[in-house]
Write a protein that binds this ligand. Sequence first.
Ligand SMILES: NC(=O)c1ccc[n+]([C@@H]2O[C@H](COP(=O)([O-])OP(=O)(O)OC[C@H]3O[C@@H](n4cnc5c(N)ncnc54)[C@H](O)[C@@H]3O)[C@@H](O)[C@H]2O)c1
Length: 311
Amino acid sequence: MGRFDSRAAIVTGGALGIGKGCARQIAASGGSVLIVDVNEAAGSMTVEEIRSSGGTAEFMHGNVAEESIAKSMVEKATSSFGRLDILVQNAYAGADNSGSAVEVQSENWHAGMDLLVGALYFGAKYAVPAMEISGPDPRFIQPEWAGAGRRQAPPPPQNVGRIVNISSVHGLCAAPRSLIYNTGKAAVIGLTRQMAIDFGPLGITVNAIAPGHIVTERGEDMWDEVGDDAGFRLFELQYPVRRTGVPDDIANAVTFICSNEASFITGQVLSVDGGMTVQIQENLVMDVKDYIVANPDLKTHFDSERGSSRF
Ligand SMILES: NC(=O)c1ccc[n+]([C@@H]2O[C@H](COP(=O)([O-])OP(=O)(O)OC[C@H]3O[C@@H](n4cnc5c(N)ncnc54)[C@H](O)[C@@H]3O)[C@@H](O)[C@H]2O)c1
């Protein structure tokens, strides 16, 4: 039996990258997955990949920052799969977002907040009632209550739904000239805690994942553009585990959070970052200095056009 047999999920931004990793893993464990993405070509290919491995998947084209898309994705999931149990809110596209408060354009600020934060509000607004109607996983076994016998009322609903919001290490630590992204990803953590409090009594858990640097298809292009392996190695050396992440690292965490075993975990932000955000920077800087001295021609992605953190 698969972990998600008879469960139905929506993954926003599931055509590529981290979302694709999540969609593939949920489907590989028996769940039905609706991928909602603005990239129709990549989304359809991912659906085909999942189906050819024996999984169940559908694609819906749409910008999740629009309320009407959030409403229709929930309608499509429930009409295609008969229920909705899991919502992974992952979609993001970050063009034109770099800058401090004096640099960013107000239209980019509003568009950034609409996608980074607003889309997650819309997603939950429509998904939560659908999860309640779908009810709990029929295979879920209620934990033994320590207070059994003393409890005057039946236990509250359990394992009705799972919402996972993808934040970032940028939601925990600030980077220079990243006002929109850092503010949005920090807001994702606040929104997650609020939703956990609001929806816990309904049996719906809400958690956030804060990924470190994950090399996706887009990330590989970025590093190819830089074309400097020593630069990539430097990037990896910042991580206590001495590597950057891959989409499956995040998908592993998301699928655990969505499992029946995680029913007592809610309102949390889980850093999946190889330990990057728990280290003391002054020691790291000395190691990095030695590496830079030994590799004087270094380039990292901060040297590319897309690098956003120059000071
Ligand atoms: N890759 C990383 O290093 C990293 C690190 C921390 C956090 N994150 C977060 O993880 C999530 C996924 O990032 P990724 O690196 O896999 O990105 P990606 O660019 O590889 O994939 C993002 C997907 O979202 C889709 N998308 C973009 N805007 C959309 C919209 N408005 N509506 C629907 N779909 C949309 C894209 O078409 C794409 O398929 C994002 O929330 C990102 O902020 C990524």
